[in-house]
Write a protein that binds this ligand. Sequence first.
Ligand code: PLP
Length: 477
Amino acid sequence: MDSKQFREAAKQLVDYVCDYLDNIRDRPVLPSVEPFYLEKQLPDSAPEDGEPWESVFNDIEKLIMPGMTHWHSPRFHAYFPTANSYPSILADILTGALGCIGFTWIASPACTELEMSMMDWLGKMLNLPEEFLFSSRGNGGGVIQGTASEATLVTMLGARSQALAKLASSCSSNQSIPLDKLVAYCSTQSHSSVERAGLLAAITIRALETDENLSLRGETLEKAIKEDKAKGLIPFLAVATLGTTNSCAFDNIVEIGEICQKEDIWLHIDAAYAGSAFICPEYRHYLNGVEKADSFNMNPHKWMLINFDCSALWLKNRHLVANAFNVDPVYLKHDKQGQIPDYRHLQIPLGRRFRSLKMWFVLRLYGVKGLQEYIRKHVRLAHEFEAMLKTDSRFEIEQPVVLGLVTFRLKGSDELNEKYSKAINDRKQIHITPSRINGRYTLRFAVCARTTEQDDIKFAWNEFQTVASQILKENEQ
Ligand code: PLP
């Protein structure tokens, strides 16, 4: 493909993308295919001779679209939102064209420097303490990770390395470092990625009970630390969540932060979903206590219109992570080393894409006000759905609605609700995913797509009511 052919193909694809997104409501949100549907339709191996673009283009609708779950359908209400916006797609085109691998400053100075500035811009939008920002010219700064899971793992490894260094300095040199004695804390409501990071880092994770609001409290953490120390264990990290996946609950980071500071434990905050809301002054209070944290993470690729992948991690002392991963082969060295961060030290892979371009495009084209309006609209729509639920006595709301997530159930057994949830998804008109809250099977309704409007909420509510009537009738028989 030469540039002339690319120009034409790209125009055709841009038209296709616009039509797809403009008309996405017309497609069932869930596909109707069975496993291996695609294998049956694809040739066994790659073509010997290159094919014309037209034949690839035609296969998008024929082969790919039937197997798509449409995450950007305004009727997608599962999981949490994943971002999608035209400015971000534009940036992805440019990123693909530049195709740089910005592991060091010299590998593309713009790639490193735009990321530093964007992480500072976003940090200021969130009103993060100065210490987390590069502009403070201290040890802090932000880095874009692929996912919140990676951010948790990276910080866990940094905290582990710091803990082991402290232990080594207090042990005689012939004592072995007791990795199996290290213990990290999260809550029973933390995302599974925390447990997974523990498995990957070979660290014991203790999931602590929450209070009646599903919030981890300082005294629970303090008690666990005391118990573990008495057993000879070494507490070194606590992971708190702001906006849990199950129910959008908030751990009490003011209390937890105090304990972590007193016990000299690393505090990492996972605000993968809810973090975007903190750019609105009315939600920023949920972040009070962040000044006591060592690291803070949120996913602009969830709720800030920056397409996957873009997970923002700020560190108060980035050198603790950089030193934990530092290997320095001669082929990666450069003359300016040490004058400006080399991002390869703050992540697991070596290679990295120019992801800050999409942040730059989105922040400039929407502006802070545009993004705040977007968050507020989703929260408003979630409250509208909550109000609809309250009009129908067959339903009960499980947890208070704070942001864009509503948790609820049909009054009745878990079996009834499981059947209900399945029946909703089987119709493929809307898509939801469940959770278990306080031991009960619960439905989650998240406002996800950029284009979700009041009519889509009414549409979803109509689905919920229709299917509830069917299921309850079947149950009576
Ligand atoms: N943490 C929380 C609170 C989440 O809700 C999620 C995903 O929904 C994650 C972490 C994992 O995010 P990622 O897919 O970016 O690893």
